[in-house]
Design a protein around this ligand. Structure first.
Ligand SMILES: [Zn+2]
Length: 74
C-alpha cells in the first residue's frame, strides 16, 4: 500500500543520492508492520512506477499510478 505523508513530515527520500523530502511511504507488508516501509519523494515515485510499468506492463499504468498516489489507500 502507499500512504501519502502529511506535509509536516520531514523525512528524506530513501533513494540514494536524492535530497528531496519524502512525499509517500510505500508499505510493502502492511499486515505485518505499518512502520516498515520505503520513503520516496514524488519524483522518485514516478521514476519507480515508470520502471515497474516496463516490467509488468499493466493495462493502464498512468491511471493506476494516479489512483494509487492520489487517494488509493489499499
Ligand atoms: Zn527522491
Amino acid at each position: 500500500m502507499i500512504k501519502e505523508l502529511n506535509s509536516a513530515y520531514r523525512i528524506k527520500c530513501d533513494t540514494a543520492g536524492c535530497k528531496n523530502y519524502a512525499t509517500y511511504k510505500i508499505i510493502l507488508k502492511p499486515k505485518i508492520s505499518l512502520s516498515t516501509g520505503v520513503y520516496v519523494c514524488t519524483k522518485c515515485a514516478k521514476d519507480m512506477y515508470e520502471d515497474l510499468g516496463k516490467l509488468f506492463v499493466p493495462k493502464s499504468p498512468v491511471n493506476m499510478i494516479k489512483k494509487n498516489l492520489l487517494g488509493g489507500t489499499k
